[in-house]
Design a protein around this ligand. Structure first.
Ligand code: AMP
Length: 570
């Protein structure tokens, strides 16, 4: 196909901004395009010679382009600069120079799509000594036989600035109308391949059937499945038939890992290639993923070595860098937590239900501590069990839970109600530690649980709210036992009002942040604050707070009243 046909379509596209008109121009162009040129034409329409997920730099900027223009036109760089100042766009400069040249020589003409595509595609690969000159020659070669209009678009394509207003999304409708197929089927094919060039070729060749035959390929990113938000656990259980899988929801960078033999590639949620940013994950993934060819989905998080808790998302983002990667690895070691599998050996897993994919996942990943892990999960319909798991997730420093419909397939690129995010609705409380109970069984020899209290702002005394024995790691229990020993006193501290007798009284100095399921009224002979907590769970030690800064009984009462209001509204 002549490149002139493409350049003319580009020119028409530049001149209109009407959606339907643009669509018609693209559809018309696609219909005219022979099968062998289809992928090239669609790529060039998007101003590229590689799929969007491949990031390659041509290494050619305005300076080199000006040289190529000078070579091809015989004008000096000073002339070119002058013209550029006047018209403001190198593409337009190329057009005008070619126009002038046309008056003196007959240009060779007959530039083909294939020639333009190949010369531009080769640019990133030209390396080594003299590579800049070779790149300039490759462009000058195209310009030498280009018409004025062709020259304009060759230059803009090389610059990566086509300015014809064709974004990826638009191609869905244009392909659908060019080949008389449903836009939904086009979109689905795109979600799997992330490449409209491949999609257009299949649609042109075999219509909807061709699109339906397109599938995943290892090394080509898949559009990841997304989650909807749920307000309550009840809503989740209702939507998912009374029972679902609940996974820890981590807050990091969504990454899919592709393994093809020894080759590992990492892609983000937007299908950018991040492989080079995480060299510390490549070898671990090679080892942890057992199949030869596989695509898995997961989240990258950085774990704070001191606390064992995940770092805030902003910290993880610091690993998203092109330079000084080595230093970053040392400061922020990263882990990949895998939660799904899209492809395994020779087979797509997308149409398998969640339960089957999870079974496969557990078989094919050999976890490597601190590097590659499988996201922790429970399958349950028991609200108490699920809430305890939620508290565990919060206690570990994660965001909440992701509920997954056991029967649902993997819906690439879609945000539906078969993956539901659940975040805790309650605020955490900061409470003072006033006593401890001896651990039993596995916890013997340590403080196994604690008595916690809130402050009354009128009397300035501490009133008990809850006993707390969940959410601690074994290490924390041991550490706290040691650290709190100096605080042991032989009788109830004067500023503590309590009916419950702990095994040991502790001077109120320590503050725990805790999470809970619900605030309940408590008889004063149990908890002297008049309130108690359902499913309390340790979140963290508030080293920055003293016992006078804990939540007050009034604040707890206020939270209780708010909670009751929410309940009656439901
Ligand atoms: P959001 O970004 O708030 O829409 O939440 C969805 C995101 O949570 C996904 O895109 C993932 O990056 C992340 N995520 C964390 N843990 C999981 C998990 N277990 N399953 C799926 N997505 C998860």
């Amino acid at each position: 196909m002549r490149y002139a046909t493409l350049a003319e379509a580009f020119e028409k596209l530049e001149k209109t901004s009407a959606y339907l008109e643009k669509n018609a121009i693209i559809a018309d162009l696609l219909r005219k395009t022979p099968a062998k040129d289809m992928e090239m034409v669609v790529s060039l329409l998007l101003g590229k010679t590689y799929p969007t997920y491949v990031s390659k730099e041509t290494g050619v900027g305005p300076q080199q382009l000006k040289k190529a223009l000078a070579q091809a036109s015989g004008y000096s760089s000073a002339d070119i600069d002058r013209l550029l100042k006047k018209v403001g766009d190198l593409g337009e400069v190329a057009r005008q120079l070619q126009e002038k040249k046309k008056q003196v020589t007959l240009f060779a003409g007959h530039l083909t799509v294939e020639k333009v595509f190949n010369n531009i595609k080769a640019l990133p690969e030209i390396a080594g000594e003299g590579s800049v000159d070779k790149k300039i020659s490759a462009i000058a070669e195209l310009l030498a036989s280009a018409s004025p209009l062709e020259a304009k678009y060759v230059v803009r394509t090389v610059l990566g600035d086509l300015r014809i207003g064709v974004a990826e999304g638009r191609l869905r409708d244009a392909i659908a109308s060019a080949f008389n197929v449903s836009p939904d089927v086009v979109e689905h094919a795109y979600m799997l391949t992330t490449d409209y060039a491949v999609v257009a070729k299949a649609a042109a060749a075999r219509g909807e059937r061709g699109l339906e035959e397109l599938g995943l390929e290892v090394g080509h990113p898949v559009n990841p499945m997304l989650a909807q938000r749920a307000e309550t656990l009840e809503e989740i259980l209702e939507r998912m038939g009374g029972k679902a899988a609940f996974e820890i929801k981590l807050d990091g960078i969504r990454i899919q890992a592709h393994k093809d033999g020894d080759q590992i590639s990492l892609f983000t949620r937007r299908m950018e290639d991040y492989t080079s940013m995480f060299p510390d994950l490549i070898e671990p993934l090679r080892q942890a993923l057992k199949p030869k060819r596989v695509i898995v989905d997961g989240e990258l998080v950085a774990i704070d070595k001191r606390t064992g808790k995940p770092m805030p998302f902003q910290e993880v983002l610091k690993r998203r860098r092109k330079y000084e990667i080595k230093e970053a690895i040392e400061q922020l070691p990263i882990e990949m937590h895998i939660f799904d599998v899209m492809f395994c050996e020779k087979e797509s897993m997308l149409d398998r239900p969640y339960t089957e994919r999870r079974t496969v996942l557990e078989k094919i990943v050999e976890p490597i501590a601190g590097k590659v892990l499988v996201v922790e999960q429970i399958v349950s319909g028991d609200p108490d069990e699920i809430k305890t798991f939620m508290n565990k997730s919060i206690g570990m420093g994660h965001e909440g839970l992701l509920a997954k419909d056991l029967k649902a397939n993997y819906r690439a690129g879609r945000r539906e109600f078969v993956w539901l995010k659940l975040k805790p609705t309650v605020e955490t409380l900061d409470l003072a530690v006033v006593g401890s109970f001896a651990g039993r069984g596995k916890r013997a020899g340590t403080f196994g649980s604690y008595l916690l209290a809130a402050r009354d702002s009128k009397t300035d005394k501490l009133y008990t709210v809850t006993k707390l024995g969940s959410g601690f790691t074994d290490e924390q229990l041991e550490e706290f036992t040691k650290e709190f020993k100096p605080l042991i006193v032989d009788k109830k501290p004067a500023n503590v009002v309590a009916e419950i007798e702990p095994d040991l009284w502790l001077k109120p100095k320590i503050v725990f942040e805790i999470i809970y399921e619900e605030i309940q009224k408590s008889p004063a002979e149990k908890h002297t604050s008049g309130f108690g907590l359902r499913f309390p769970r340790f979140v963290k030690l508030r080293e920055d707070k003293s016992a006078d800064e804990v939540n007050t009984v009034e604040e707890i009462e206020h939270l209780y009243l708010e909670q009751q209001k929410r309940k009656t509204r439901k």
